[in-house]
Design a protein around this ligand. Sequence first.
Ligand code: SF4
Length: 548
Amino acid sequence: MSNRDEKHDDRDPLDPSAQVPSDIPPGLDRRKFIMRSAVISAAAVMNGCTRSETEQKAPPPAAADTQPTGTSGTKPGPAVPLSPDLNVVKKGQGPVLTTVDEFYKVGPGPSSSHTIGPMRITYDFYQRAAMLPADKLSTATALKVNLFGSLSATGKGHGTERAALAGLVGKEPATVDPKFLDSLRDNPDQTFQVKLGDKSIPVSLKDIIYDATKGDFKHPNTMTVKLLAGNDVLLEQEYYSVGGGFIEWKGYTPPTKNPPQYPFRTMKELRTYADTNNTTIGKIMLANEMSIAGRSEEEVYAFVDKIINAMVATVKSGLSMSENDVLPGPIKLHSKAATVYKRAMDDSYQAERGIGSLSAFALAASEENGRGHLVITAPTGGSAGVMPSLVYGLLEVRKVPRQKVRDGMLAAAAVGYLCKHHATLSAAEGGCQAEIGVASAMAAALVATAYDAKSLVVENAAESALEHHLGMTCDPVAGYVQVPCIERCAFGAVKAWTAFAIASNEIASRHRVNFDETVMALAQTARDMNSKYKETSEAGLAQSVTLC
Ligand code: SF4
């Protein structure tokens, strides 16, 4: 495989400044015109089509111009705009540099942005505070965490305060015992001593403050952490949990990485590398993982194996739970994975056994997420039932060789990276399409790769799965990642299989929509979506479902 010199179009497909015509038609709002023009231009670059003069001068469509009206009949406020300072916004401008160990993270459920991210944030702050000079630390009296935006609006249902406290006392997501988090829920008055220098600072859940849900935040998932000496602030940092367990902070600069062997910004570029080198998307991704992270093939696969094994373990653990088990929280939702599995296997029709068992595997892993047990972000905690369902089905049921599943995991990662790169993995930015929609697209790519599909079929399967989640909102009932999330993972898994079934049986070259176009639609829909449907529990099922 060597195609390093392949020429790329240097234009960034999503860089508005590179695409927007200078003449804005009279009477049009500049911001909306720029946004629409960027999307049309990006489509042109990705598809190799030129925008016609008519398209360039056309006014924005009425739908894009008009704020949707809420069910109450009032005009809802705009979604929290993302600050252009955030790396998560700037990142789409270069090649994809994400690596598997950043992407697939093991951590406690139920939400990568509301549990894993905040735990990583407070753990990071603890490390920074520990480096302060001894004379400063000797005056420290308290640690305080303030949660804002979506973290405040739905954090209670997600256990954000417990995750944040766990990070402060030195726990990391991958190794924290879920029983520790359960004990914080069951005994919320516990106090812990955080050792900083010679000082021991008492901390408890009272130090995690649910602050303003609305405001001028850089990201909807914003939080601050402070080390105090009485009323004086010794150290303060503002952080952002930007989705999938990824975090940033004020002044964040992404770590410098080695250049990828095959730099790509789009699925089209990635697939071209695979096709011209007569190999697979999975193998191109392997080469990139090795070059970006400086790891050997064995090291990359060892990590992928760890994630595969963890996914299988979550499904097994979920299936072992009794139907009388009740998930934490006010919904009082009973576990049903084991029951669905058992009854599905009793079905006399093979196809229904397949759909039923795939659904049950997804329910099992997702219920584990709802319990706050360890799950794998693929790409997030809320969507953590989708990929494990397919991994379990391929490895444990169909007995597909592990190497094919490994390659599938890398192809799935590429799908997730591209969605993160050009759109979002955060429900607080883009609703559930960014979580379960992306998970389903990843799972479709996994299955297609595991069954040796051509790269175009892999792309088509991922595209189809993502396409049929566009517009899906995030409206968790009571702020708990259970309804609609758990069943939604089952639907995401089945849709992934359906997408593979269609993509592998149609004439691939006739598939009309490409993956990059659908990722742009994801980004655009995320921007236009009413903020009430972005992990705030202010609308949708969160409003209409009555808990007795
Ligand atoms: S509705 Fe979807 S995005 Fe929202 S919490 Fe549930 S799984 Fe996550």
